[in-house]
Design a protein around this ligand. Sequence first.
Ligand code: CMC
Length: 391
Amino acid sequence: SGLITIDPGYKNTGSTQSAITFLDGEKGVLRYRGYPIEQLAEKSSFLEVVYLLIYGEAPNRQEIQQFQDKINHHTLIHEDMKKFFDGYPSKSHPMGQLAALVCSLSTFYPESLEPDMNEEEVDQTIIKLLAKMPTIVSWIYKKSMGHPYMYPKNKLDYVSNFLYTTFGHRTEEYEIDPVVVNAMNKLLILHADHEQNCSTSTVRIVGSSNSNLFASVSAGIAALWGPLHGGANQAVIEMLEVIRKDGGDVDKWVEKAKSKTDSFRLMGFGHRVYKNFDPRAKIIKKACDDILDKLGIDDPVLDIAKRLEKAALEDSYFVDRKLYPNVDFYSGIIYRALGFPTEMFTVLFALGRLPGWIAQWKEMRENKEPIGRPRQVYVGSGARDFKEISE
Ligand code: CMC
């Protein structure tokens, strides 16, 4: 129809009204439910932000305790799921495993497939997913290391429990370092929601057909995997390592990123919405210095990252196109300092983004939004007659 306008990449198309996250890309403002990201990253725990995003208000002490208790009842995953981990090749990418395992949860909880769930049933499904995701992520890590799986210790808080099941060992006590807990809380908070990005709009569009929460979030994980989205955090560290091994000449790589005959882009640079700076990147850059200092780690790629950032920000190509470091530019350096292998980085992004996906799926349901179904402009062949294959 002549009435359809196309907007590739939906650069100027709004798909929904939402009361969850406010973002002003010109001014570099990001707020969850009205609260500035800077304050949340400084003063709250990840679990408080999870509650805030999903239920709309910040919890008080009693509410957060009840929420933690409810989650702690569901941190185990079905023993049969262990066999799934055994089935993957040891070097298989964590994101492929995560998407499959999260989707598989729907087969263990068939009640979640019911589109007419009441509020309490929806909540049960949400709690199960929040509780099981960290265990799944930890076990993906354990599998990659060839280490035995660790069962959650439910007296621990959400983030400490995740660190325990990831880095704890059956043979020795694991001391949870408060520096690591704080760093992890901060990183997860900064990733918790980001309005209608590629993975979140995927979750909403899949959910709009009344697909269950596990399947919808699994689709979001698949969308997040790509290097232009969440996969950028892995790509950044790989890029910094290549630059380091190549001698560390950052100007050469800035030139390469500018070249229109070379498909190379500076990973961790640029954003669809932020055209001044990414407020998350600002917080992470500062946290990165602080955490490496506290952990006594001297990572040579941090120096390369800083020099690369400076060189790009002084170059008219990047200035004219308003390309700034995004959330992924420094996050990988912190993940690495905490002991995560590079291939786990995007899985950690997914763990952080989970409450955002859940909140958006829930809002889409409560708004009774219609099934997502974009139109197109057909440019293929006109009508023609089909001949049998023998002709
Ligand atoms: N390096 C070099 N040039 C770039 C880059 C970059 N990282 N990003 C954009 N450009 C150029 C691009 O070539 C284009 O130039 P021209 O106008 O001459 O054709 C211009 O800047 C606009 O780029 P675009 O691709 O039209 O912008 P977009 O809004 O469609 O893409 C983006 C946004 C994030 C996909 C892109 O900036 C990019 O590929 N960045 C690298 C990957 C990355 O860091 N992704 C993480 C995003 S933040 C976390 C998340 O949300 O997942």
